[in-house]
Design a protein around this ligand. Structure first.
Ligand SMILES: [Zn+2]
Length: 340
């Protein structure tokens, strides 16, 4: 994704100012837990904070827009940008979706114990912190119990409750919540302006789809998921019109995309129920819902919709809990429910 924005983001200014004050008062924490949903920009915030801490010429201007930001040009800033600053380390799983291992955490503990090579702080960012397995978390705990001087450890977590309580209690928690909708929309619209391919997309709709997380909304708009959603709507209309059968549709979507398919189906269903009750649509444009309603024809009534809603919730539960659910069968069942 081409990045056209700067950190801290408009909805992170409160957290930024809070840290700035503590820095000025020389009461800076040695461990921070940056907690919040995906798509709010916590990793970018952590990285920017690391750069500010390491910068040799921080902007002292008290103008809120510019305050306490790295200069971007000094030697330290250049090293951070190039990913080669010897006092900064970013710890992530070796493979996406895999665990952060105990050896990685031990190496990071050693790194924090060494003296700074540039005479300032040593900074480590761990993301996502919940990816640490039990042994790794225990190794980190030792590190948190005996922090060295001039060290900063930042844990970025999207599931704070998955971390052991002793880790959470040793960090200063900084919470990140979804921004107010006007702030999120303004930011997202500004980003989408740079992107000709997605200018037709409604920012509000995108934010609803992604639980009001602006970076997730932008990623959704720029990925092929938006087109996939449109294709899914087309397929659903074909199913309802009888030009595609449930088995074919299930075959098409069950393999890689079942969780996504169920999410989309849920968004359609919510809007069908809302439309039927003359409420504003949350996720879809009215034309899409009208098309679905036309295809549903006389089968459409509130009872069917609510029955289907219940089936969807059951399917989601099964997907999350069962080790090897028969996804083809599960999806077929859902689609047949639509045709009743
Ligand atoms: Zn600098």
């Amino acid at each position: 994704m081409t990045q056209t924005w700067r950190y801290p983001l408009p909805w992170q200014l409160g957290q930024w100012q809070q840290l700035q004050q503590r820095w000025q008062q020389q009461r800076f924490p040695h461990a921070l837990l940056l907690a919040g949903e995906h798509g709010l920009g916590q990793l970018g915030f952590a990285h920017t904070l690391a750069q500010t801490i390491l910068c040799q010429s921080v902007n002292k201007n008290t103008n809120a827009e510019q305050a306490w930001l790295a200069c971007g040009t000094c030697q330290a800033c250049q090293w951070v940008k190039a990913g080669s600053h010897s006092d900064y380390s970013l710890l992530q799983p070796e493979e996406t979706g895999k665990a952060i291992k105990v050896d990685q955490v031990r190496a990071c503990a050693t790194f924090l114990r060494q003296t700074s090579q540039q005479g300032g702080y040593r900074v480590v960012v761990i993301e996502p912190a919940e990816a640490m397995n039990r042994a790794a978390a225990n190794a980190l705990l030792k590190c948190l119990e005996e922090p060295g001087a001039a060290t900063l450890l930042m844990l970025v977590t999207y599931q704070p409750n998955s971390l052991i309580a002793t880790i959470r209690s040793r960090c200063q928690t900084l919470k990140f919540a979804a921004p107010r909708s006007d702030i999120a929309q303004e930011w997202l619209q500004a980003q989408l302006q740079h992107d000709e391919a997605v200018t037709a997309v409604d920012a509000k709709q995108l934010l609803n789809i992604t639980h009001h997380a602006p970076l997730a909304a932008l990623e959704f708009a720029r990925s092929d998921r938006l087109q996939a959603y449109q294709r899914l709507l087309d397929d659903l209309c074909e199913l309802l019109a009888g030009t595609m059968d449930a088995c074919t549709l299930a075959e098409k979507w069950h393999k890689d995309n079942l969780a996504f398919f169920i999410d989309c189906l849920q968004m359609c269903l919510i809007d069908l129920i809302r439309y039927t009750n003359a409420l504003f649509l949350q996720y879809n444009q009215p034309q899409a819902i009208q098309r679905l309603l036309q295809s549903l024809g006389p089968r459409h009534n509130v009872h069917t919709l609510f029955a289907l809603w219940q089936q969807l919730l059951d399917a989601k539960r099964l997907l999350n809990s069962a080790t090897n659910p028969n996804t083809q069968l599960l999806l077929e069942g859902l689609l047949i429910g639509l045709l009743k």
